[in-house]
Design a protein around this ligand. Structure first.
Ligand code: NDP
Ligand code: 8X3
Length: 251
């Protein structure tokens, strides 16, 4: 079938994407910082679907780590057909005067710089084969800034812009670039944003049916299953009750 590399596959969208691609027979490269989860997930995918799985334990924020790990993967794993740049987070939900610089650094370093480091390592392999598909996970937060979303929204707007730039620059190599922008989805996202506060995290999804990680994985898979001459450039997917990043009709 092919090889797909998914960053941030220890939870949420990334985990659902890896499961979806493995179920379709793809060999998968899964990445994340939580080594135990990653190894357990590798075992699960291998046993359940009988595909080849490469688990890479690194932090996308650290350029040297990204390059050391990706630069040393076996030759046969370099034929990556699909890269899903998914690893990311929101840290905090504060006004700009009250936000913490360490939260800002975490978001900018992960959502923007990490995506760039991983892409820079993988693109030459796609370019050499004149084929490939990069999926960048943005957000509805890329399209509309919401109160207290400031820096998170900025990082996702950057993902939007970078995706447009990649699409232009990689066109000569016939590499597709798709930005997928999900709305509210119940994953570990809010638990991370609120630093482990489960009540606050659960509150986010009260009064409406959020997207599931599987909903997003299905959309990502769809984008990569179209004929070679067709490319979805930009796709926004929300729960039915969500109109945009700011407005959710909670009942
Ligand atoms: P989760 O918190 O459930 O999963 C995030 C994943 O990213 C984890 O596997 C985590 O792995 C990985 N990750 C985070 N930081 C790093 C890092 N520095 N290096 C490597 N991996 C990292 O969140 P979601 O699945 O919801 O989020 C996935 C993406 O989707 C993010 O980019 C998020 O911004 C975006 N998004 C989420 C929405 C939502 O409502 N849930 C909506 C729109 C977009 P580990 O901790 O093991 O490193
Ligand atoms: C995640 C969606 O609206 O909580 O990107 O920021 S939101």
């Amino acid at each position: 079938m092919g090889i797909v590399l998914i960053t941030g596959a220890t939870a949420g969208f990334g985990q659902a994407c890896a499961t979806t691609y493995a179920a379709k027979g793809y060999d998968v490269i899964i990445t994340g910082r939580r080594k135990e989860r990653l190894e357990a997930f590798k075992t699960q995918l291998t046993q359940e679907f009988g595909v080849n799985v490469l688990a890479l334990n690194f932090d996308v924020r650290i350029e040297q780590e990204v390059n050391d790990v990706l630069g040393n993967i076996p030759e046969e794993w370099r034929k990556i057909d699909i890269l899903v740049n998914n690893a990311g987070l929101a840290a905090g939900l504060n006004t700009i005067d009250e936000g913490s610089t360490s939260d800002w650094d975490a978001m900018i370093d992960t959502n923007v710089k990490g995506l760039l480091y991983v892409s820079k390592a993988v693109i030459p392999w796609m370019r050499a084969r004149t084929t490939g598909h990069i999926i960048n996970i943005g957000s509805t937060a890329a399209k509309l800034v919401y109160a207290r979303g400031n820096v998170y929204c900025a990082t996702k707007a950057a993902v939007d812009a970078i995706s447009q730039g990649m699409r232009i620059d990689l066109l000569p190599y016939r590499i597709k670039v798709t930005a997928v922008h999900p709305g509210a989805a119940e994953t570990e996202f809010s638990l991370v944003r609120f630093k482990g506060d489960e009540d606050k995290a659960k509150d986010v999804y009260k009064g409406f049916i959020p997207l599931s990680a599987q909903d997003v994985a299905d959309v990502v898979f769809y984008c990569t299953s179209l004929p070679p001459h067709v490319c979805i450039n930009d796709l926004v997917v929300t729960p039915l009750q969500q109109a945009n990043a700011y407005y959710i009709d909670k009942k």
